[in-house]
Structure formats: structure tokens, C-alpha cells
Design a protein around this ligand. Structure first.
Ligand code: F6P
Length: 467
């Protein structure tokens, strides 16, 4: 496994000793449960600038940290990954920045990951590379180790050709990805955007999901498949966690702590401009202003976990969100009666499960999101078949989750109506919808996702037909 992050983060104490703690985040949660059951290595950034530590074992996983200097973290992670690719791949919601030194760092760091993977992989091994931070690794690894089978999974959207074409290094990125035998995407639309980019930018022949590559003499050298594999969560574990008496008790406590409102709305996001938090707050604020919702009968709990805090667009977003929360609370709250309970923290999984159980309506209003695993966690937690999900149609999850109230987050009036419908849903209709949602999430978990991806990967031809 090769991913930008390891499943643990380093916490260095005053004496310089490191305590490795479970890392938050969608990708890590998804892959951790897969890796525990196989005999493999996980190559990832050590998690702090200039931290160079040897490989070590955690929970049956062999972890191989890749050291990055502070300058590399700035240019590769904060720069090219999160200020160039992230906004570009999320439909330019924020303006992508193109800087040549960032691209140089991206290449250098990708090579370091490829070298670490090449060193760890046994002869003929399968290597699975993840996400937009490492798109050059497949081709670099193939160069170093032509014997290994390479899969790549893109956890975020892949944009349309018209948007992708802005990238000054668009051909290099596509060539990097084509080093893989199988390239997985969240939605069918992402896969077809990629195939179209390959055809138009490289002139390669494509047929459905198959891309045919030729060598210098125009003879077929390899085939690459690009297809959709929608990711999921460890649904059974989440379901079981939410059924424990401790979590159930905590959910009741949370409602009491909130002052026993009739309706609890919940938002859970990384504090990221793709998540549509500003749009959600606008809709909620208007509903309060119009008196369609009132405090203390209704309250919104918004968990916004800290993310990418050195990147300018994230700093601006935090200021905007916190100003808006303050304004809405100032206008509609009173002593002991809060319109929005805003938390800028990470919470452990059991607290999250209790929050999901305590919420009548879950609000997922992303402007663009590869999948959105929070929506799936909410559903997995609701074995009581209560609660309702408002879900943006611009998430990967929207392709799968019929039973949710689908919304266009740019349409504030439409979103307000959906909030109201979900908040006033009768018990029978809520149960009917939640049953359907749960069937989907429980039947399609992360283990099945990984198994399907790896089965397709192992069936793909690796040999060169005409060397
Ligand atoms: O969804 C893409 C992703 O990079 C995930 O892999 C990760 O869990 C999340 O965004 C948070 O990103 P970061 O690693 O930058 O904190």
C-alpha cells in the first residue's frame, strides 16, 4: 500500500520520544481495515516535517515512513497537492495555483515514494497506490520494478477535460497514472473524464474502460483499465459500535446537553471549502430568520475538524465560517439556547457514533466530494432506522444512496425545503428510507470494495505483448 499518510500520526513529546496515534481521515479509515488482514507493507509520509524514522510495526501492519523536509511538505503537500490539484480536481471551487517549483517538488517526492515501494515489494508483488498526491508513482514504480502489478485509486473526483486541461503538467500526470494496470475512480463519471483526457491529450486509443498504449514503433505495449469502484466504510464495525450501550447512553446524554430540542441537525466535515459549509449555514440562517425553524426547538451541531491549516484558502474559510456562526448565534441564540454548536476538533469514533445517533437530520451539502464517507457512517450508525440524510448530488455517495434527500447546495431555497422535509419526516417514511440506505451501505463495505478492486487488478494482463 502506498498512500500519502500512514494510518498513524506522530506525537512528539518534550523529550523527543514519539507516540504514534491513529490518524483521522477517510482514506486511512478505509484502508486500515483492509491492511490488517494481509501480509504487506504500508508506505506513507512520516507525518511531520524532517522526521526520519525506520519502518516499524503497529497492529499487525508493517509501516514504512517516508521522510520529507519542511520545504518539501510546503511545496508537495500544502502547495502542489492542496493548492494546485485539490481545487483543480474539485471543479475550481477555489482558484488553483500553478507554480513550477511546486511541480518539481511533487516529482521529487513522488520518486521517493516510488523508491520506497520498490524496495519493499517482493518479486511479482501487487502494489496499490492511492490518491492525487502520488499520481506519478505508478509510472516511476513500473520503471524501477517492471515485475510488479500496480493498481491506483483516486479518492477524489477527476475533473472534466476542459478543467483538467488548465494544468500545465497535464500530460505528465496522465502518463504517471498510466503506469498502473488498473486505475480506480469513485464514480463512473470520473473514470470517463479520465479516459477522455487520455484520448484527447495523448491521442491513445480507448474502448470503453480499456486504454491501449503503444510503444515507440506504434505497436501495442500494454492495456490499462480505468473504471469506477465506489469506496465504502467498515459498515459492520460502525453498526456494532453504535449499538453498544455506552454509545447509546452517550447519544441520550448529548441530546440532554443540547437542551432536549425537538430537532437536532448535524454537520460533520473536515473544514474544507469543498464541503459547502457556508451554503449550509446560509440556508439554516434563513430558515431561522423566516421562523420556519426556531431556537431552542431546533439546534445545529457542526463538527468542523481542523484541516490543512497552513494553506491560505483554508484559513480564509475558517474565518468566514466562524464569523457566520457567531453572527447566527448572536442573532438567534439566547442564554443557554444556542442556534449552532460549533466544534473545531477531532473526535474519537465512539463520540462520532453517538453524535450520529443523537441527530435527527444529517446535512451533507458538499459542492464537490469524491465520495463522502460521513454520509455512510451516519447510515451505518442508524440501526434504529430513524433519522434522515440530506445529501448533495455533487458527492460520489449520491450515485448510490437513493433514500436520501438529494440537494443542489447552490440552490439555497431548494436546500431549505429539503432541510424542512427531512426535519418533519414522519416515522414510517423515515424508516422506509433508512432501511433502503442501510441495505446499500451494509452490503457494500470497504472490504468488498478492496476485494473487488484487487480481483480486477489481479485479472488484468501485465505482460507486454510486443516488447
Ligand atoms: O479524500 C482525500 C484525502 O486526501 C484523504 O485521503 C484524507 O483522509 C483527507 O483527504 C484529508 O486530507 P489530508 O491528508 O490532507 O489531511
Amino acid at each position: 500500500m502506498v498512500a500519502n499518510r500512514l494510518p498513524v500520526d506522530p506525537h512528539v513529546d518534550a523529550h523527543g520520544s514519539i507516540d504514534w496515534q491513529r490518524a483521522p481521515g477517510g482514506l486511512v479509515t478505509a484502508l486500515e481495515s483492509v491492511m490488517r488482514n494481509v501480509d504487506g507493507a504500508w508506505v506513507g509520509w512520516s507525518g511531520a516535517p524532517d522526521l526520519d524514522v525506520p519502518p516499524f510495526e503497529v497492529d499487525n501492519m508493517w509501516l514504512v515512513p517516508v521522510a520529507l523536509s519542511a520545504a518539501e511538505v510546503e511545496a508537495h503537500y500544502e502547495g502542489f497537492s492542496n493548492a494546485t490539484l485539490w481545487p483543480l480536481y474539485h471543479d475550481v471551487i477555489a482558484r488553483p495555483e500553478y507554480h513550477r517549483p511546486w511541480w518539481d517538488a511533487y516529482r521529487r517526492v513522488n520518486l521517493r515514494f516510488a523508491e520506497a515501494a520498490a524496495e519493499q515489494a517482493a518479486p511479482g508483488a501487487t502494489v496499490w497506490v492511492h490518491d492525487y498526491q502520488l499520481q506519478l508513482v505508478p509510472a516511476m514504480l513500473r520503471e524501477l520494478r517492471p515485475d510488479v502489478r500496480i493498481g491506483f485509486f483516486n479518492h477524489i473526483p477527476f475533473p472534466s477535460l476542459e478543467i483538467f486541461s488548465q494544468l500545465p503538467w497535464r500530460r505528465q500526470v496522465i502518463q504517471g497514472l498510466l503506469g498502473a494496470d488498473l486505475i480506480g475512480f469513485q464514480r463512473a463519471g470520473d473514470a470517463s473524464n479520465f479516459v477522455r483526457a487520455v484520448r484527447r491529450l495523448l491521442g491513445a486509443t480507448t474502448r470503453g474502460s480499456i486504454i491501449t498504449l503503444t510503444n515507440g514503433h506504434g505497436r501495442v505495449s500494454r492495456h490499462v483499465r480505468a473504471a469506477a469502484f465506489p469506496i465504502s466504510i467498515d459498515s459492520a464495525s460502525f453498526d456494532a459500535l453504535a449499538r453498544t450501550p455506552a454509545v447509546q447512553l452517550r447519544a441520550r446524554e448529548i441530546r440532554q446537553e443540547l437542551g432536549d430540542p425537538e430537532v437536532v441537525l448535524l454537520g460533520v466535515d473536515r473544514l474544507d471549502y469543498t464541503k459547502g459549509i457556508r451554503h449550509r449555514l446560509k440556508a439554516y440562517g434563513e430558515l431561522l430568520a423566516e421562523g420556519r425553524l426556531t431556537v431552542p426547538e431546533c439546534t445545529l451541531v457542526q463538527v468542523a475538524s481542523p484541516s490543512r491549516e497552513n494553506v491560505g484558502t483554508y484559513q480564509t474559510l475558517r474565518e468566514d465560517v466562524e464569523t457566520t456562526v457567531g453572527r447566527i448565534n448572536g442573532e438567534f441564540g439566547a442564554l443557554g439556547q444556542t442556534a449552532i454548536h460549533y466544534m473545531h476538533h477531532n473526535y474519537p469514533q465512539d463520540e462520532m457514533a453517538a453524535l450520529y445517533l443523537a441527530a435527527d437530520v444529517m446535512l451533507v451539502t458538499a459542492l464537490r466530494d469524491g465520495m463522502n464517507l460521513v454520509a455512510k457512517e451516519y447510515i451505518a450508525a442508524r440501526s434504529d432506522e430513524r433519522g434522515a440524510l440530506v445529501l448533495s448530488e455533487f458527492t460520489g455517495a449520491a450515485d448510490e444512496l437513493a433514500g436520501a434527500f438529494l440537494v443542489n447546495p447552490h440552490d439555497i431555497d431548494g436546500m431549505k425545503d429539503a432541510f424542512m422535509q427531512a426535519a418533519t419526516l414522519d416515522r414510517r417514511e423515515a424508516r422506509r428510507r433508512m432501511k433502503k440506505l442501510r441495505r446499500r451501505v451494509l452490503d457494500n463495505d470497504v472490504a468488498k470494495w478492496a476485494k473487488t478492486f484487487l480481483a480486477v487488478l489481479s485479472a488484468s494482463p501485465t505482460r507486454t505483448e510486443h516488447p
